[in-house]
Ligand binder design. Sequence first.
Ligand SMILES: Nc1ncnc2c1ncn2[C@@H]1O[C@H](COP(=O)(O)OP(=O)(O)OP(=O)(O)O)[C@@H](O)[C@H]1O
Ligand SMILES: [Mg+2]
Length: 331
Amino acid sequence: MFTREEALRRVEGASPARLFGPPTPDRRDQAKRLYRALAGALHPDRVAPDDTRAHRASADLTRLYHDWRHAEPVTLRTTRGTYRLTDLHAVGSVANLYRTDGPHVVKLVRNPKLNPLLHAEWHALRTLDEFTDEHRRLKPYYPTLHDTGDVQRGHRAFTVLEPLVDGFVTLTDVKAAHPHGLDGRDYAWMHRRLLRALAGAHRAGLVHGAVTSDNVLVHPRRHGIVLTGWTFAVETGQPPLATDNTTTYPPEVTAKAPLSPATDVHMAHQLMLDLLAHNEKRQRTFARGCMQRDPAARPDAADLLDEYDQLLEDLYGARVFRPFALPRRGA
Ligand SMILES: Nc1ncnc2c1ncn2[C@@H]1O[C@H](COP(=O)(O)OP(=O)(O)OP(=O)(O)O)[C@@H](O)[C@H]1O
Ligand SMILES: [Mg+2]
């Protein structure tokens, strides 16, 4: 709750964006709460009947909030293009992902202090793009950077990406749809592709650093996997720029040691344990065999590709396409 003086200080002479922040959809709830709290402090029932200053501020506040809500969606400009943000598509660990009025999506960092993380992601995505110019069959495993925001101090960095929207869900969604865990034959194709994506990144000299279920996009019908969320990526052997306190990390990250491909191997197999059904004993044993405390004792993603295929052949015989779909919500 605000006092009359605090409310006056905020409202008098304010502009909609100064009072409520940039008019992006993710700020609507926050703006509404602020509006209500300020309106409460300036309400005619709370202030003296002859308090004309408060009455004027109250009217100004109503106008400011109206203008803020009806402001044009944020338009982001670069030397290459103009992107008008429309709907909020996803909320990530450091950024929000918006649809635009064009074909692309925009990843806009929530706090300009974290701009360096987006710069790290640009570097990783450009490295992967060059790498996959030579290894073209790996291109679909990584997001494609279309454009980046010109960075000025205090402004929020943003990345314009090719959209992965039609038919894509996250591994978090897959997990939610299968609370008792996945059949090993369904997780098999997801894990093979994830290993391929990781092995490619490692060859390109990168460590992803945040192989979590939110960052793995799945296209159930096409059996597609895209490894997104590269803001925590570093070149092999570098320390992380930051860590995310909602993620469970391998021991070396907690101990602030440099990241190595083994970090991703650990995380990918933690993910496997999280996703697989409990009775998938042999696959679970395989996963645990990739999660040693000592990073040097963990196998390479490239070697694991063969070992995993061997295990799948032992378990299920010759490979066959197994359709996968998420149950429809509410069905
Ligand atoms: N190109 C894309 N098209 C559509 N959705 C995407 C795309 N990239 C990511 N997403 C979705 O948006 C969410 C947030 O994106 P992302 O993970 O890149 O942001 P972040 O979590 O803030 O950053 P990071 O994971 O790099 O730290 C992802 O979990 C994913 O569901
Ligand atoms: Mg993410």
